[in-house]
Ligand binder design. Sequence first.
Ligand code: GAR
Length: 197
Amino acid sequence: MLTVAVLISGTGSNLRALLDAASAPDFPARVVVVGADREADGLAHAEEFGIPSFTVPFTRFASREEWGEELAAQLRIWQPDLVVLSGLMRLLPSALVDAWAPHLINTHPAYLPEFPGAHGVRDALAAGATESGASVIVVDNGVDSGPILAQERVPVLGGDTEHTLHERIKPVERRLLIDVVRRIATGELDLAAAAAS
Ligand code: GAR
């Protein structure tokens, strides 16, 4: 059974979908802990599922590095096989990335390498793109630049706002994330090989 830690910043709708999927008896992974960089609404999903959670507030640390050290200490308690960034809106310090790579993955609401960064949906709209998408990647020390594990196109429709486009992307993201976690757990997807490619 693959054990998973999920890190969030926001509403945690993708976390919720993973928790739902992982509660099926035949799903080969379990979420063992949920962490956040702030008092995120999504922590309520962990509580509902009886899963432990922790918060390491970014703003309480003098530097990204110190914040990352505390985050790493929390993760070490739970020793997950995989860490999933599911809407964590912070760059991780390189020491943390290097410690967990390649067992560290991220979901992103755009078809990478298009529109990386904190505003993938907004940037696609601003660029006048007619399609965007969703991606799941291995985290490296760049901004959404790691090897792509899964991605799918999503159309941009006339009149889309950041909210409507994001809401169209999220169900695709959820499906991709759940499938990637399942494939990692079964051994069908080899993260070390994917990261080396
Ligand atoms: C998701 O769309 C995720 O890809 C995005 O934040 C959203 C979180 O939604 N992450 C990024 O943009 C990271 N660059 P959720 O809290 O409802 O799961």
